[in-house]
Design a protein around this ligand. Structure first.
Ligand code: MRU
Length: 363
């Protein structure tokens, strides 16, 4: 998607297999590009959220294997790379998905071929992510059309939570892909963006993306969504997912569950956009079994912003010494989900419907 009129992806590879990312910690204030050179760079980038968002975490992990093989193609390096990556972030299943694909492939590849095979596979995972997200846009547009037909209008008001945009994937985004697609098709789209405390991915990243891609939007505080829904200002809620269980429970950024409850109470469609790589087929009860990341409590007690001298600073917002908790995700039960928009079509959030998706995605 566009940044200042120029096309970017969130991660890319240049000649000599150099891997670059947009360092998302500094957006929207500073646009910084960083090269990731070795496994320490990759692990830190994932853990400290230079890159974030489930699909992008998966793609980054795939390139971590490729760069590791550049340094040393031994079995030991393969095992260490896997171990390091799995310690970074526990919730987004795309990490484990990509690690398994890369580890299994390279373990079964002769040492001298590992480097080439690793880059080939990582590039395929990157390309497939772009394609899947584009397809999510097309499939999500069918949902949008139904809502607009019912409404007898060409204008759509969407609420989204966190950043499930192109910055969370390689390109297009998941939740934002139908939004970009609908705009291309001439729909008058407006997006309400939850700020998404504690790290403010909505305020800092989603607004930035939408701004650079000419999508009309308003930033709202996390608790405003229910009020807007009660006053018919929202036609559709659409979010992403970090892990969806085989029965359709959706784990996403903390606060998503409350939006789903409010949408349900107000009879507003609540859709989740996700590539099939985000489904954990081994989990049948998302609330019980999806591991929820607990992050540093400083993220709750401090807020990042820019001061009058244009320096990026963290501001303390609670009395010194205040204890806090920071669960980074929550699980929305399947019963509150109107549908799952995937690269293979729109599926109901239940075990029977997702069984069909599994068959299609396993080819
Ligand atoms: O903690 P983050 O910023 O990695 O969380 C991201 C989200 O919760 C996204 O909504 C999710 O990964 C879907 S991304 C397409």
């Amino acid at each position: 998607m566009k940044v200042n009129g120029k096309n970017y992806t969130s991660i890319w590879i240049e000649e000599n297999n150099n891997v670059f990312i947009i360092d998302q910690r500094w957006l929207p204030h500073e646009f910084k590009i960083v090269e990731l050179k070795n496994i320490n760079d990759f692990s830190t980038a994932i853990k400290d959220m230079w890159v974030r968002g489930a699909p992008l975490i998966g793609v980054t992990a795939a390139f971590a294997f490729a760069k590791s093989m550049e340094t040393d193609n031994s079995d030991n390096t393969l095992i260490e790379t896997k171990k390091n990556l799995l310690l970074t972030r526990p919730t987004a299943v795309n990490l484990q998905w990509a690690v398994k694909i890369m580890f299994d492939l390279l373990s079964n590849t002769k040492k001298e071929n590992r480097l080439d095979e690793a880059f080939k596979k990582a590039k395929t995972i990157l390309e497939e992510d772009i394609y899947s997200n584009f397809r999510i846009g097309e499939n999500g547009y069918e949902v949008v059309k139904k809502i607009l037909n019912k409404k007898k209008s060409n204008s759509l008001n969407v609420l989204t939570h966190c950043n499930a945009g192109w910055l969370a994937t390689v390109d297009w985004g998941t939740a934002t892909s139908p939004i970009y697609y609908a705009k291309e098709k001439g729909i008058d789209v407006h997006v309400f963006v939850d700020e998404t405390r504690p790290r403010n991915q909505g305020a800092q990243l989603t607004t930035w993306e939408l701004l650079h891609n000419n999508i009309s939007h308003d930033l709202i505080v996390d608790n405003a969504g229910g009020h807007l829904m009660q006053h018919n200002e929202i036609d559709l809620v659409i979010v992403g997912s970090d892990r969806t269980s085989a029965n359709g429970d959706v784990c996403n950024k903390v606060g998503t569950y409350l939006k789903a409850l409010a949408a349900y109470d107000n009879n507003i469609p609540f859709y989740v956009a996700l590539p099939s790589s985000t489904i954990d087929w081994n989990i049948r009860d998302g609330i019980k079994d999806i591991p929820i990341e607990e992050r540093d409590t400083n993220e709750v007690n401090f807020v990042q912003g820019k001061d009058e001298n244009m320096n990026i600073i963290n501001v303390d917002i609670a009395p010194e010494g205040t204890k806090s908790r920071n669960p980074a995700f929550d699980v929305t039960p399947a019963r509150l989900v109107s549908g799952l928009i995937t690269e293979h079509g729109v599926f109901e959030a239940n075990f029977e419907s997702l069984k069909n998706l599994k068959l299609i995605s396993e080819g």
